[in-house]
Structures are given as C-alpha cells and as structure tokens.
Write a protein that binds this ligand. Structure first.
Ligand SMILES: [Zn+2]
Length: 483
C-alpha cells in the first residue's frame, strides 16, 4: 500500500517546549505522522519511487503545532439562555448543529478539543463520527452530562421542574447516585466525567468524600475526571481527591494555591467567557449588572492567577466556547492572550498551555501539540512568529493553513458558513416593564412608531427585523478591530 506524503517546504519550526524557532526547515509527513524535520530534505532518499508528494511552500512562514482547547462545549449551539440548552431544540437537531460547528473550531487552528459536559451523548457520537471520517472537525475528548448536586451548577430550576432529560447536567445527590451515573456514562463511551460544583465558588457543593469516591471510580475505569471549581474550598477538595485537571480556580487562598502547585494538577481558568462578557457584552445585550459582576470576578481572578503562576501552577487553554458570546471558531486563541494578561504567562508558556500541557493531560504526550518526528501531523502555517506576538493566532489571515493528521483542511467555503440561531428562551421582552406613563406627552400613534421602530405592521417585515437582530448578536471580529 502506498502512503500519502506531504512536504511543508522551508518554514520556521516553532518549538513550544523550548520557546525557540528553528529556521528554514522542511517537514515531511507520511500519512498522519511527521517523519522528518530537517533543512532541504532529499525526497528521493525518503520517499519510495513513484509515490506522489504534495508540497506546501512555507518559506517565511511559521510552522506551529495544532492547538488544543480543553473547554469547548459543542452541544451548546451558541446559546443566549440556559433554557435554550436544556429545554429547546431536539437532540437530533442539536447533534446536526454541533457537527456543522466543529469545522469552525478546526479552521481556527484547534485540531483537538475536550468537551467538559454537554447534552445527551452527543459528544460521544461526534467523537466517533470524527474518528471514522464521517464529519470534519477537531478530534474530540468528551464528557456526557455534568454530575451535579442540588447545590451545584446545572440544577438551575425549582424542584417541581427538576433537571430535565435534555439538560447539560444530571442530578446525583448521593454517592450511590454518583456511582450509578459514572458507571452508565462510562458504559456509554465518555472519556471524561465532569462534576459541577457551586456556580460562583460560594460554597463546596460536593463533600470531600463524594469527590474522592467519584475520582477513584473514574480512575479505576481508566477515564479522566474534572470539576467546575471557582472557590478555594472546592479546589482544595478537588486536589485532595486527585482530579486530573481543574476548571476555573478564580478565587484561591495562598494555602490552596500552594496545594494546587504541589499536586502538579493543571488549571484551566477559562477566561474567555468572562472577558467577552465584560469587554463586549454591552454590544450584544448583556445587562450592565452582569457585566459589572463579571468584571469584579475578573479582578479577583487576576490576583489569584498571578499568584498561582508565581507558585508554579501549570495552566491549560480552555475557552467555554459555545455560548452566543463565545461562538465557535471566532475567539479560541484569545484565551492565550488572556492567560498572559490575567496570569502573567509568557507567550511560550501560553503556547504550551494550548499544546504540550493539554497533550500530556490527555495522555498524548509527544503525539499531539508538538512539532517533532513521530508526532501526529497537526500543523498550523502561520504568517508570523507566535512566540513574538500571539495575535497572529487570532487575527484574520494570521493562520494561512491548518493541517490535521497530515491533511490540509479546505477553508475555501468558509465564507458560506451559516450560523444556526436556536430558539431562544421564551422571553417576550427585555428590560423594564412597559408603564403607561411612557405615553405621557405622546399620542398613542407616535408612541408606537417611535417604540418598536416598525411603521408598517406587516408580519414579513417584523420577521426580517427579528432575523436581523439575531444576526447582529454575533460579534464580527473585523468590526471589533475597526471600533
Ligand atoms: Zn464550561
């Protein structure tokens, strides 16, 4: 059987581990694997006679490993509201939307993702379809529904509603219920169990014993476990339970930071969602009080994460992509910049947080997230050196090409990509109540035309107006840069 060959000719190879660049190298890829990295490779020596070699001219470009996003929710579908994820959109449609969105993540330079929680077993289906080549996207490592208690994230609704079947979470209030759910999820193919502790770190929602029992069982079943943990108490308990990595850690005491650093357990702060809410939320209808609260949380987070970085905690990139404020394929690489800003990482450390560190956490050390012989050929062809300026990973045209598993990804139809706008929560209006004194000094007719801005109550026009509002809800990065 003949191999498929790809030669990346004359690029500067970025070594994220050492934070250095090797100039003018050829990278020879056989099938899915990098087999030689050297200047001026002699193809006659390396490739059997008669086998074709596709070539990409990389002179003056930088060859950097494909990135890994450890916190990417493919089933969220760019939702505005929790009800949208939990209650609306069928499992069938949600799966199709997720499959279409995967391509956007891949084209943004993220060749691998981990999904820490989502509806049903959609993640498992996507992962397997990706492996078989049915659909295109980053290779996936995935959890099922989050395990929560009545005091944790994802048990949002009153008890008379409960946690619906379509929810991103499943209610497990006792160790027995946790054990049963973990056994079912592992049987159904998850790679990862996600625990959902308190929403904002206000208390510890799982007991020490529950966390330890969950982690022990998951490890016995040879899977990985993580936890949503924003505060000191739950981070400390998660460290003692031996979680594989920890999400968030916004507020930690010096003692807990020390524990985390000593454990070597990586932290995935996941700053993008908060930063997008704080910085751009005003443009997409995020209420002022929400933005203010998020800003306060970010201030606290910046202190904690700088201390954590100084103490030697290792970081991984995770973005919480999947909300309307963190749409797929748009913002992922901003997390590297945010890790510099909020935790004091160097550019090389931020790149490692998106490559070698998560590769190790996923048990793929030396295989993913690295430019070395024997590694899977996930390569980004970049316009400039990311070690000098990370913004090349984010700005339009910065990524010239994405190669995944030795195959260049076609981006030619990117412009035609559609965004699906889910059924929103059944909110009729936003803002305050319509008091009658709104009409004071106006005739009813003026009030109506000045109000909703629709002169002709023709339904088609109303419909188009709604559609336009929905489109506008996605921030255009070009527009942001112009602004
Ligand atoms: Zn998340």
């Amino acid at each position: 059987m003949t191999s498929s060959w790809l030669l990346l000719k004359g690029g500067h190879v970025v070594d994220t581990e050492s934070g250095t660049v090797r100039q003018d190298q050829d990278v020879l890829i056989q099938d899915t694997t990098m087999v030689k990295i050297a200047p001026d490779i002699d193809l006659a020596e390396e490739v059997p006679r008669g086998e074709a070699v596709e070539q990409i001219d990389a002179h003056g470009k930088y060859l950097s490993p494909g990135m890994i996003d450890m916190h990417c929710h493919m089933t969220y579908g760019e939702s505005n509201a929790q009800e949208e994820q939990d209650l609306y959109t069928s499992v069938e449609l949600r799966t199709l939307i997720a499959a279409a969105n995967l391509r956007k993540v891949l084209r943004a330079g993220f060749t691998t993702i981990s999904q820490p929680g989502g509806s049903y077993y959609i993640g498992v289906g996507l992962r397997d379809a990706l492996v078989s080549g049915l659909i295109q996207g980053p290779r996936m490592h995935t959890a099922g529904r989050y395990l929560t208690t009545s005091n944790g994230l994802t048990d949002w609704y009153p008890d008379h509603v409960g946690v619906p079947e379509g929810s991103i979470g499943v209610l497990t209030n006792t160790v027995d219920e946790m054990v049963r759910e973990i056994r079912h999820q592992v049987k159904n193919g998850v790679d990862l169990i996600k625990l959902a502790d308190s929403p904002y770190g206000e208390y510890q929602a799982f007991t020490d014993d529950e966390m330890a029992r969950a982690a022990d069982l998951v490890h016995q079943l040879k899977r990985t476990i993580t936890i949503h943990a924003r505060g000191s108490a739950e981070v400390s308990a998660a460290v003692r339970a031996g979680m594989d990595w920890i999400m968030h850690g916004n507020s930690m005491t010096p003692e807990v930071i020390e524990e985390l650093a000593d454990s070597g357990i990586p932290l995935v702060p996941t700053l993008l969602l908060l930063a997008n809410l704080a910085d751009y939320g005003g443009s997409v209808g995020v209420a002022a009080h929400v933005r203010d609260n998020v800003k306060r949380l970010l201030d606290r987070t910046a202190h904690t994460l700088h201390d954590a970085h100084d103490a030697g905690v290792t970081f991984m990139v995770g973005t919480d992509s999947g909300f309307a404020v963190t749409p797929y394929g748009e913002w992922h690489a901003r997390e590297l910049q945010l890790l510099r800003e909020f935790a004091g990482l160097s550019a090389a450390e931020a790149l490692r947080a998106a490559t070698t560190v998560p590769a190790r956490a996923l048990g793929m050390e030396g295989k993913l997230g690295t430019m070395r012989v024997g590694a899977t050929a996930d390569v980004l062809v970049l316009e400039s050196d990311p070690l000098r300026d990370l913004s090349v990973l984010l700005k339009p045209g910065g990524i010239n090409a994405v190669i995944q598993g030795g195959r260049p990804i076609d981006s030619s139809d990117q412009e035609q990509e559609q965004r699906w706008h889910n059924l929103r929560s059944r909110t009729l209006s936003h803002g305050t109540v319509l008091r009658r004194d709104f009409l004071d000094g106006m005739s009813p007719a003026t009030a109506v035309t000045n109000g909703p801005g629709v002169k002709d109550p023709d339904l088609t026009e109303v419909f188009h107006l709604v559609k336009r509002f929905e489109r506008d809800a996605v921030i255009d990065i070009d527009e942001q840069e112009k602004a």
